[in-house]
Design a protein around this ligand. Structure first.
Ligand code: MN
Ligand code: MN
Length: 312
């Protein structure tokens, strides 16, 4: 039986996945104590561009109890601390077809068991993933791997289906046995990301005070824009569409001072043209590990699009 997705789209999905996977491995290699996160993320994002894709969202390097959504900002640029546990989460897209993948680096190898919990949860999910599986079953196998090693799943972080130019295209993939999702099944020709988060903390994230990632809501503010707002929004609409971006990227395209850019972003956010993604911090200040792959689920097989084969 033929899948309801054309070969051209599959090709682009596989290419984006391959580049994202290679960028993930490269990012993991250059995470070192004392290095600036801007140095790491600029290098990872350039790596993606040099291979003919575009970043599908800003390179995330989320440290220790920060579970997700940290990318260096215009004025803050964290340094990787000694013995940090760093989640390197990268995305690449080719013509809007996305690969989304993450790995955790444990610089002093003090949390190997925690990393193993998340890694094995992803591995086990991968073995059972198939067209028709319900999300309760999938969540249960993920949770079991983490629970049996003595850790908690972060319940309010999930995997997700992926659409064209859309990181989250509507269906969340829970990392626990969520009874509400027993009726939801993976249909064929679905691109999705699975990303189990394991922690020694409370198993929940809350929003932190830093926001360096935004996306366009598609709604131009009513009542006119000033010159800076007009220019910034034009770049966002043309270059990033509805994909998440970071103000660092606008500096690459527009001659504008950082203060004006910061003010413009905040005003576009206040006027509902932009949506912000604050950093997500573990509620009990626990250490967080995350591993993630993107999968293309077809009628009778599943492709791991972000896997990097060891012989390349
Ligand atoms: Mn990701
Ligand atoms: Mn994801």
């Amino acid at each position: 039986m033929k899948d309801n997705i054309d070969d051209e789209a599959i090709k682009k999905i596989l290419l984006a996945g391959k580049i994202a996977g290679e960028a993930r491995e490269y990012g993991a290699q250059i995470v070192k104590a004392g290095r600036k996160t801007s140095e790491i993320c600029n290098a990872v994002e350039d790596f993606i561009r040099e291979r003919g894709a575009e970043p599908a969202f800003p390179c995330n390097v989320s440290i220790n109890e920060i579970a997700a959504h940290y990318t260096p900002g215009l004025f803050d640029d964290m340094e990787i601390p000694e013995c940090a546990v760093v989640k390197v989460d990268v995305g690449a897209h080719v013509d809007g077809y996305i690969g989304d993948t993450a790995v955790t680096v444990d610089l002093c190898e003090k949390y190997e068991k925690l990393l193993e919990a998340s890694r094995e949860a992803l591995n086990t999910a991968r073995k059972v993933l198939r067209s028709g599986i319900n999300l309760y079953e999938l969540g249960k196998v993920i949770q079991n791997q983490i629970k049996k090693r003595g850790y908690k799943v972060i319940k309010n972080l999930t995997g997700h289906t992926i659409g064209r130019y859309l990181i989250h295209s509507g269906i969340s993939i829970p990392n626990y046995a969520d009874r509400l999702s027993i009726v939801i099944r993976i249909s064929p020709s679905t691109l999705l990301a699975i990303e189990p988060f394991a922690t020694n903390g409370r198993g929940l994230v809350k929003e932190g005070s830093i926001t360096n990632i935004y996306s366009y809501t598609g709604k131009r503010p009513k009542g006119g824009l000033n010159d800076a707002e007009e220019k910034v929004l034009e770049i966002i609409e043309r270059r990033f569409r509805t994909l998440p971006f970071t103000p660092r990227w606008i500096l690459r395209e527009l001659k504008i001072d950082k203060e004006t850019l910061e003010r413009t972003i905040k005003s576009l956010q206040a006027r509902k043209a932009l949506h912000g993604y604050p950093v997500l911090v573990e509620a009990g200040r626990g250490i967080v590990a995350q591993f993630e792959h993107s999968f293309l689920v077809l009628k009778d097989r599943v492709l791991v699009t972000t896997e990097v084969s060891s012989n390349t």
